[in-house]
Write a protein that binds this ligand. Structure first.
Ligand code: ATP
Ligand code: MG
Length: 552
């Protein structure tokens, strides 16, 4: 099914209103990109891919102080990682300051903009309300000459910050507050990361954005619904100057997701106040965090595809996102065995010095993934929770007298345990194996329900495992206002420091860490801080899909 923007584009192409689709993704470099931005990126880069054309990456750096080089680099890295390419079309709104200034003079010359000496507080006070018209500024009727002179002197730096602004002369009685003589330029004495101190006046978003679009030849300027009320101003500016092209703005619903905050201000606060370990903390909904967590870019694209593009705001269940992650990882992640919380398993009737190798599949979902060899001996480790001294009837794992399959190896029957005499903690589980069950087959067709994973003692590699849960325990932290921190999940991070993984889990590839499935335990990926002598894995997500259970 086509979304409403695709329909508009098809009509525009058919009617010849444009011959190719030119879009832009316009991040403000004051934070890292998150999954909400991914929706916008997939849409903006996806449309020209489908219809022909291109998408520009334009940094909206009209705000002098805020921008940071770190964010610019992170944003480029993240867009590329998501799988999109802006080619040679990397732009900065600040590249257009000179041309924007000329458009501002054009408005003044047409009597459509004036220099106002009111303070921002006075302007706000006189703006009126939804039910009451605003009050015209006492400076509204300055002559074109006076306005030009003052504006040029504003540019030259003759006036202090906050003393004057340039305003559009539209209509103080407009039902749309954005049209009540909005501010177009303000004085800011701050060094800009790219233009330095060349400028001391800076354009406002509503003036800069439409002009940036027109300068770049953007055909469809797609933004989120909050900008719907700004569209008349977008059109007013372009209709009243002589723009090099005439773009149009379309609004779609931003992504909101349960158990997640996506407002940049809230995310920045989490980082600043140390509630998480940086923008790329694997619990963050940022692309850098998701990447570090092990979420493949394909899963994010798939998710954005699934949720579609609509005109009404809604909140998407995080289970759908998790479902998409599992779908992709199930097909792509290599299977290995890892024991997160190990307890020794000794096979009493297996020869002391024997080492066997079993050939196992790397991924049953992908024949091309091939096989690998796994070492096996008398001394293994299994997951502590896979043994119970006093098991319920339906416990299909190890317990004294019960038989299980050691994945890909043999059937073993538990014969007893060794415990710490003081604490009573189980130190070692003892068992006997059935030599006729090599490869995990049941020789006489007897029923063995349980299969557990294991690692071999001598070859296993010690590793640290970092386990992440949702950052918020409340469903709608975004709606909790400033109190959102109180909804944080205190148990969102834990680590297992004595895990053991099979050697195949730490085989390095040149293309960076590979997503892995630790059999029965979930999906994992090596962390960027992982070292050969101290491997660290992040848990991406568990195996059990809960999407089907979410009531819809
Ligand atoms: P702020 O909260 O500071 O306004 P922002 O989240 O809008 O920031 P920008 O850097 O201005 O961040 O966003 C770049 C683009 O991404 C914009 O076009 C914006 O509409 C889009 N975008 C931001 N958040 C979402 C979201 N949750 N869903 C879809 N698109 C989004
Ligand atoms: Mg924004």
């Amino acid at each position: 099914m086509k979304n409403f923007i695709e329909k508009i584009i098809e009509e525009d192409l058919t009617a010849g209103r444009c011959s190719e689709v030119i879009t832009r993704f316009p991040p403000e470099p004051n934070g890292y990109l998150h999954i909400g931005h991914a929706k916008s990126i997939c849409l903006n880069f996806g449309l020209p891919r489908r219809y022909g054309g291109r998408c520009h990456l334009r940094f909206d750096d009209t705000n002098p102080e805020k921008e940071e080089e770190e964010f610019i680099e992170a944003i480029k890295r993240d867009v590329a990682w998501l799988g999109f390419d802006w080619g040679s079309h990397l732009y900065f709104a600040s590249d257009y300051f000179e041309r924007m200034y000329a458009f501002a003079e054009e408005l003044i010359e047409k009597g459509l903009a004036f220099v106002c000496d009111q303070t921002l507080e006075e302007i706000r006070r006189d703006r009126g309300t939804l039910t009451e018209p605003g009050k015209e500024s006492p400076y509204r009727n300055r002559s074109v000459e006076e306005n030009l002179d003052l504006f040029r002197r504003m540019r030259k730096g003759e006036f202090p910050e906050g003393s004057r602004v340039l305003r559009a002369k539209i209509d103080m009685a407009s039902p749309n507050l954005n049209m009540r003589d909005p501010v177009l330029y303000r004085i800011r004495r701050a060094a800009h990361p790219r233009t330095g101190t060349t400028w001391c006046i800076y354009p406002m978003y509503d003036f800069a954005h439409c002009l940036g679009d027109a300068i770049e030849g953007v055909t469809h300027s797609i933004c989120t619904l909050e900008f719907e009320d700004h569209r008349p101003l977008y059109d007013w500016v372009l209709d009243n100057v002589t723009p090099p092209s005439r773009p149009y703005q379309y609004e779609f619903a931003r992504l909101n997701m349960t158990y997640t905050v996506l407002s940049k201000r809230k995310l920045a606060r989490l980082v600043r106040e140390g509630h998480v370990n940086g923008w790329d903390d694997p619990r963050m909904p940022t692309l850098a965090g998701l990447r570090r967590r092990g979420v493949p870019p394909e899963a994010i694209r798939r998710f954005c595809d699934r949720i579609g593009v609509a005109k009404t705001n809604s909140v998407v269940e995080i289970e759908l996102f998790e479902h998409c992650i599992r779908e992709v990882l199930n097909k792509t992640a290599r299977r290995v065995m890892a024991v997160l919380d190990p307890v020794k398993l000794t096979i009493e009737n297996y020869p002391e010095d024997r080492i066997e190798e079993f050939e196992v599949e790397n991924n049953p979902e992908d024949a091309a993934a091939g096989t690998r060899k796994v070492a096996f001996s008398r001394n293994l480790f299994i997951e502590r929770e896979d043994f119970l001294e006093d098991p319920p009837k339906k416990f299909f794992r190890l317990a004294v007298g019960r038989e299980v399959r050691l994945k890909g190896a043999y059937l073993v029957t538990c014969t007893g345990v060794k415990k710490d005499p003081e604490t009573g903690e189980v130190k070692e589980v003892l068992c006997r194996y059935d030599p006729a069950s090599r490869g995990g087959n049941t020789p006489d067709g007897r029923r063995v329900k349980g299969t557990i994973h294991w690692v071999e003692e001598k070859t296993a590699v010690p590793a640290e495992i970092r386990v992440y849960e949702r950052l918020f325990r409340i469903e709608n932290p975004e709606g909790a206002g400033e109190e959102f921190l109180e909804g944080m999940n205190e148990n969102s991070f834990s680590r297992k420091c004595s895990a053991l993984v099979e050697p195949a889990a730490v085989q390095r590839t040149s293309s960076g860490p590979m997503p892995l499935q630790f059999l029965r335990m979930g999906y994992f990926i090596e962390d960027i801080d992982s070292k050969p002598n101290h491997p660290i894995f992040n848990k991406t997500i568990g195996l059990r899909d809960t999407w089907a259970k979410v009531k819809r």
